[in-house]
Design a protein around this ligand. Sequence first.
Ligand SMILES: [Zn+2]
Length: 261
Amino acid sequence: MPGYAPDMPEGDALLRAAQRLQVLVGQRVEVETPHPRAAVKQIAERLDGLTLQSVEAVGKNLLLRFEGGLVLHSHLRMNGRWRVEPRGSRRVGQPWLVLRGETHEGVLWNGPVLELRRDFAPVSRLGPDILAVPPDIDAMVERLRGSQPAAREVGDALLDQHAVAGIGNLWKAEALWEARVSPWRPLADVRDEELRAVLIAAHRLMHASVEGTRPLRRCYRRVGRPCPRCSTLIRSYPQGDDARTAYWCPNCQRGGAEPAA
Ligand SMILES: [Zn+2]
């Protein structure tokens, strides 16, 4: 739809990327960093010819482990994308990174966070992964309660990767709609059962997406269209310090300091 920014990669997109990249695991990979901003990091020099041992999605991070204990940390931010193509595919433009295996190559496009480390510390600072099976809902509720000002709105808090890793703007909106919780309610007003319902809905919807059954969108980017439950028109408004757009049904999801229409 015109006027909407591209979808930000969420935890489910990262998990799909990790699945596609498994084709390279166990192989010695040729590594190139065609983009000049990636080239300065000297990643290719350090990784070229090493065996890729594993690829794992942790929240919104992709961790690629190489022999010798080197871990490449890729966070896609707004526009980053991993593609897996047959080896030697022609392409236009300069990807950040190419990992070339025997039959396929993994290609990373667009200014992501890309860092090479001996071991990966920041993951421990992330909240529990919403896609974990089973998800640690109790720990997520505890983190949402513990590390946040009680006045913070629940819709904003759900995007805090230190509380829960993997939820982005799309699944935030859909999970809140499923659980009938307004994004504008302060955390202090949201009961534990309600928080749990939101987190369980996010887990369920995101897993359905990973498995390829695309759940219907009920409110995300459906401004001015009828709520599938009650036919009230869906609204949107920027929320939080990053002004990410919140979507909600003003009838099913009441409460909090909802912006005036
Ligand atoms: Zn509704």
